[in-house]
Design a protein around this ligand. Structure first.
Ligand code: FES
Length: 682
């Protein structure tokens, strides 16, 4: 190129260079390292290389682009426009040739590494850097005089046409390669997958001709209670369908340790649980593909995040070692497998499976995914991230250090083991307020935006009915009982006489509070019992004790901000979480919600190969704190039983709500009101 050659400036990258007249824009982009997509290699058939030329005066770039700075619209573009339609002003980068100085915009949909905007509040955007990409090639036909295999000629085509020096081929693809080549009349599209940036790519799928059906991946958050999946277009990063199912392993035990016990007590129990979860994932993949109306054979990658016990059971590894100190993992490294390895028969046998690394025996790939999504190690202020589920993952850190632990909260936060509890579904009470004067409740249910004292509420909920309380509902209910003076700091519900409301009624030797009675209409009687309060106290004490243990380790008494994560973390009210004493005292505006951070971490790893390497490095830098063997955990747990907390002052909370001074422990019935005893890890 010389100083007389036309100047080409690409936006938004700002990359610029001079190119001889007649250079295709795609070639110029490649030489400058501009991110411009192409599947067909410039043959004018894939349309991935669309660009928007800009004409006129661009003082910012020092360029004046005149009409005629690009070659005229050619027959290939005209044919494409006629068949599929090009947006006004667009050109195909492989067809338009440079004739004069020009500014060329690469729209997001033509960038391989485009950014995907996340709906969640958290700041991190996902940059596309997919591990699997499509390449269209034209392969030489076999020749008796120079005998070579079909695969060798495919490899040569990739080298000649895409400068890909070496490839391997997954065996299930090799077995179908010959008919695909012949059907495509020696033109095929291959999906090449790389496990790392510099790894040798492997052919994991092949289609006759130009494949236009797209590529998809699944990001799966495999939890003890639920399995959530996001079906993602690996070209655009768009989530095309999301779905979830219950983890069928629940029938072997509600929490992790009861599943480990099941495996210990029942020969073959681990294999039974492995089968159950793999079947569920097959069903989930089938359903989600159906919902998105795509062929499951197009799902070529899956990323799993899960806790260590789920991780081992998915892999078919007996989790027995995770049930006893020193809680050794079979492996803490990330894993690259295939669908065939895990019997995921809904997916193509060569579909790639990636499991994020585990942090330690009780801190799994789900916590690693939260770290990837929320990046505590890049935070200047000290952030506490709690991913609330049956087992809570807790991370505390800033740019200097990141600590992690898991805490056995049990399923109460998910509405399980609660007398009127249910999963978050239409009809479930998700929010509740109790009038401190009248002690009367009003509530909102999933599926209706109105409160129960607003006009139209009962009509709008007639179809679903009021069916129970979900996790966020029970947290609010317990906190509201405390705010309204119906519950004392030790967690005892007062009697009707002590509280002055008939909504408090005796139930055995303790009291309960009636939220809603639908028995007249054949519905349930929804109450909060003393047992429910105890279950929530257990869960919140475990959560708080875990957080406090990390704070001790960090040598701090306060944190700067708190992020609530987990599918249900998105719905927890910060004020109620603090009244309950679930989280340390911080200004309410410093509590934010990250939605399903583990699921987001899985999506990031699915869409971005570099992120997989990043989390590998990050995980090695996280200090893991073991709650199960730490005596201070027990101390913190006991101190955290009170609502909000017996010893830690909550001055920030005091600015928002005044908690009444009440005490109901003198019932004279000899009952301990169901004193809280620490749950075993699970
Ligand atoms: S590169 Fe495929 S149409 Fe231009």
């Amino acid at each position: 190129m010389s100083q007389q050659d036309p100047l080409v400036v690409f936006t938004p990258s700002g990359k610029r260079g001079r190119f001889p007249v007649g250079t295709p824009v795609l070639t110029a982009a490649r030489q400058l390292g501009v991110d411009l997509n192409s599947v067909c290699g410039g043959r004018g058939i894939c349309s991935k290389c669309q660009i928007t030329p800009g004409y006129g005066e661009f003082s910012k770039h020092g360029v004046t682009a005149k009409e005629g700075a690009l070659s005229d619209w050619n027959a290939v573009e005209a044919r494409y426009d006629e068949k599929r339609g090009l947006k006004p002003g667009r050109r195909l980068g492989c067809q338009a040739k440079v004739q004069g100085d020009i500014v060329i915009d690469v729209p997001p949909e033509s960038q391989v590494h485009r950014q995907v905007v996340r709906k969640a509040a958290s700041a991190r955007v996902i940059e596309m850097d997919p591990a699997t990409r499509l390449y269209y090639i034209e392969v030489d036909e076999p020749d008796m005089h120079t005998p070579t295999g079909d695969l060798e000629r495919v490899a040569r085509a990739l080298k000649d046409q895409w400068e890909i020096a070496q490839i391997t081929c997954a065996f299930p693809v090799l077995s179908r390669l010959q008919p695909v080549l012949r059907k495509g009349k020696w033109a095929i599209t291959v999906a090449l997958h790389k496990t790392t940036k510099d790894a040798t790519p492997q052919i994991i799928a092949a289609w006759p001709g130009l494949h236009e059906g797209g590529l998809y991946g699944l990001a799966i958050d495999l939890g003890s209670t639920t399995v959530a999946a996001h079906l993602t277009n690996l070209d655009t990063g768009e989530v095309v369908a999301s779905s979830g199912i219950m983890n069928p392993q629940i029938r072997f035990g509600e929490d992790l340790m009861s599943r480990v016990s099941y495996a210990m007590m029942n020969p073959g129990g681990d294999a039974e649980m492995t089968r159950a979860v793999r079947e569920a994932i097959n069903t989930l993949a089938e359903e989600i593909a159906k919902e998105a109306q795509i062929d499951p054979s197009l799902i070529l990658e899956t990323v799993f995040v899960c806790n260590p016990v789920m991780h081992h059971l998915l892999l078919g590894i007996d989790p027995v070692e995770l049930g006893q100190a020193p809680f050794a993992l079979a492996t803490s490294n990330h894993l690259n497998l295939t669908a065939r390895d895990l019997d995921l028969t809904t997916l193509p046998a060569s579909a790639q499976i990636h499991l994020l690394p585990c942090i330690a025996g009780h801190v799994g790939a789900d916590a690693a995914a939260v770290a990837l999504s929320e990046q505590p190690g890049k935070s200047d202020d000290l952030v506490l991230i709690v991913d609330v589920g049956t087992n809570a993952e807790i991370l505390l850190g800033n740019t200097t250090r990141v600590l992690a632990c898991s805490s056995p909260t049990g399923p109460a936060f998910e509405g399980a083991q609660i007398s009127s509890g249910q999963r978050a579904a239409p009809g479930a009470i998700e929010a509740i307020r109790i009038d401190p004067v009248t002690k009367e409740p009003r509530f909102r249910v999933i599926g209706c935006d109105k409160w129960s004292d607003e006009d139209g509420f009962w009509d709008e909920t007639a179809a679903t009915g009021i069916t129970g309380i979900c996790g966020s509902g029970i947290i609010e209910a317990v906190a509201e009982l405390r705010i309204a003076g119906l519950l004392d700091p030790s967690g005892l519900i007062g009697s009707a006489a002590q509280t002055g409301t008939d909504r408090c009624f005796a139930e055995g030797r303790t009291n309960a509070y009636l939220i809603h009675d639908a028995t007249a209409e054949g519905g349930p009687r929804i109450t909060v019992t003393q047992g429910d309060i105890r279950a929530i106290q257990l869960a919140k004490s475990a959560l708080y004790a875990g957080a406090r243990l990390l704070m001790d380790e960090m040598g701090v008494d306060v944190v700067d901000r708190v992020v609530l994560a987990g599918a249900f973390g998105a719905h927890i009210s910060a004020k109620h979480a603090m009244v309950l004493g679930m989280i340390p005292d911080v200004p309410l505006d410093k509590v934010s919600s990250a939605g399903n951070a583990a699921g987001t971490g899985a999506r990031i790893a699915l869409c971005n190969l570099a992120a997989r390497a990043e989390i590998e490095r990050t995980v090695r830098q996280i200090t893991k704190v073991e709650t199960a063997i730490e005596p201070r955990f027990q101390e913190h747990f006991v101190a955290a039983n009170a609502i909000p907390h017996a010893t830690d002052p909550f001055p920030e909370l005091g600015k928002v709500v005044t908690l009444p001074v009440v005490g109901f422990n003198t019932q004279g019935d000899g009952s301990d009101g169901g004193r809280v005893r620490r749950r075993k890890r699970g």
